[in-house]
Design a protein around this ligand. Structure first.
Ligand code: SAM
Length: 212
């Protein structure tokens, strides 16, 4: 089983997505587990504040290092081999190959998601975390990036996608797909599914998919 340890100020943001479909089934079947750690539970501040003014000035607030580090310590526990991901729009681009490697190598993956203007950069250094971006755009927080990584990694874990072998998945993942009806009529216009896909001729279907 692979455990995702997610450090976030908003654990509830994950409930809906992880409670549905393949991810929910993977949790139920004990292929994956998700633990949440909220930095607010680790702050000394009596009002549970974890955002601080940035040194050097500038807009917005910064998530303080200490409570995030304490949350990470809790997630690491006594584990010897953990991968720690520090989410940032400036990080290394996340892709499927990286997801596959994570799934193969690690049983414990810690994902640190930020908010506001980001997390105090010393956290990344202290934890020797890898800075990862899910794409060239800036989101308001790391919850969606964390869910994207969780999803992409989970589907690389054996048994999560049911009967589909990962090789088959690689072959068809980026192809156009079609289902009933054979001829779709939309606003008076007809749209046919490719004939070859209805032929039942596996070799021809394979060739067609290769070409596509
Ligand atoms: N200027 C900040 C920076 O460059 O990190 C922007 C922080 S962003 C508003 C708040 C948080 O959202 C970040 O700390 C990160 O956790 C997350 N985030 C936003 N966009 C992201 C992206 N493209 N990839 C990964 N994480 C992202």
């Amino acid at each position: 089983m692979t455990t995702f340890h997610i450090i976030t100020l908003f654990p509830n943001a994950f409930k809906s997505y992880t409670g549905e479909s393949i991810i929910a089934r993977a949790i139920k079947n004990k292929k994956i587990k998700i633990n949440f750690y909220n930095p607010r539970d680790f702050t000394k501040d009596k009002h549970k504040r974890v955002d601080r003014k940035p040194y050097g000035g500038g807009p917005g607030m910064v998530l303080e290092a200490e409570s995030v580090l304490k949350a990470a310590e809790k997630a690491i526990g006594r584990k010897k081999k953990v991968k720690i991901i520090f989410l940032s729009p400036n990080g290394k681009q996340f892709d499927n190959l990286y997801a596959k490697k994570l799934a193969e190598i690690y049983k414990d993956i810690i994902i640190i998601s930020g908010r506001y203007e980001g997390i105090d950069a010393r956290v990344k250094k202290i934890l020797r975390a890898e800075s990862i971006s899910i794409g060239p755009y800036v989101l308001t927080g790391g919850e969606l990036p964390a869910m994207i990584i969780l999803d992409a990694v989970s589907r690389q874990i054996k048994g999560v996608l049911g009967n589909q072998s990962s090789i088959e998945e690689e072959r068809i993942a980026s192809r156009d797909v079609y289902t009933r009806p054979e001829v779709l009529i939309y606003k008076g216009k007809k749209y046919s599914a490719p004939k070859v896909l209805l032929s039942g001729h596996h070799k021809k279907i394979e060739d067609w998919r290769e070409k596509k």
